[in-house]
Design a protein around this ligand. Structure first.
Ligand code: 5RP
Length: 221
């Protein structure tokens, strides 16, 4: 099975977690795109969707689904999203697609957060994937310097502006021994909008697609 097949399979597995009458939060990325393709199968039981990005909204608008805004629904029963890395505790690195701020808001606004990945994303320790940090443009150098002080190597993401009009710094070489502490301390740097560590609000379930099927990591059940 190639990686695309695994993405499709894990997206299919996520459908089983959707219950009748729910408004569903939808993440961003190629794995989530597979989920969006499959939503027709459950559209009759979905009350609406809340999207984490323009990319996902565009795909969702091709479906017969009611697209709602978080400000109108307040909370979500369920949020489904991919990740760039997950450890066995459901702590994630996200933001490869640059949608991390809205994704983090939706994850936090959700009762249940289901993360869908293929096995290549499951790691013992987070940090091989560079940590994306959405940053206010004028703070770029200041934020980069603070990250260098803690051992990171920031790389400016070229030709990329987020939907919130900010830039992304991708931080290489970080030693992520304590994801929750690091998430908090990076959040405290003035100029940082969001960092791609999802450890304070980790996933409740991680569905992992491999050659033999779907492994489910139940974190907060
Ligand atoms: C976007 C994200 C994505 O969830 C992450 O990049 C994984 O994407 P893909 O499913 O394409 O590998 O965080 O900001």
């Amino acid at each position: 099975m190639n990686q695309d097949d695994k993405k499709r399979k894990v997206a299919e597995a996520a459908l089983e977690h959707i219950e009748s009458g729910q408004v569903i939060g939808i993440g961003t990325g190629s794995t989530v795109n597979e989920l969006i393709k499959l939503l027709d199968k459950v559209s009759s039981k979905i009350d609406g969707v809340v999207s984490s990005s323009e990319e996902s909204t565009k795909l969702l608008s091709e479906k017969k689904l009611k697209i709602l805004e978080l400000k109108d629904v307040g909370q979500l029963p369920i949020y489904i999203d991919g990740a760039d890395e997950s450890n066995e505790h459901g702590q994630l690195i996200k933001g490869g697609g640059g949608a991390l701020t809205k994704e983090k808001i939706l994850a936090n606004a959700s009762e249940k957060f289901i993360c869908i990945i293929d096995e290549s994303k499951l790691v013992k320790k987070l940090g091989i994937f560079p940590l994306p940090i959405e940053t206010i443009k004028m703070a770029q150098s200041y934020v980069a310097l603070q990250l260098i002080k803690i051992g990171g190597r920031p790389i400016y993401r070229e030709n990329f502006i987020t939907e919130n009009n900010n830039i992304i710094l991708d931080i290489h070489n970080l030693n992520i021994n304590e994801p929750i502490q690091l998430e908090k301390s990076i959040n405290n740097i003035p100029g940082v909008v969001t960092n791609g560590l999802f450890a304070i609000r980790s996933a409740d379930k991680v569905l992992v697609s491999n050659d033999t099927g779907i492994e489910t990591l139940d974190i907060n059940v």
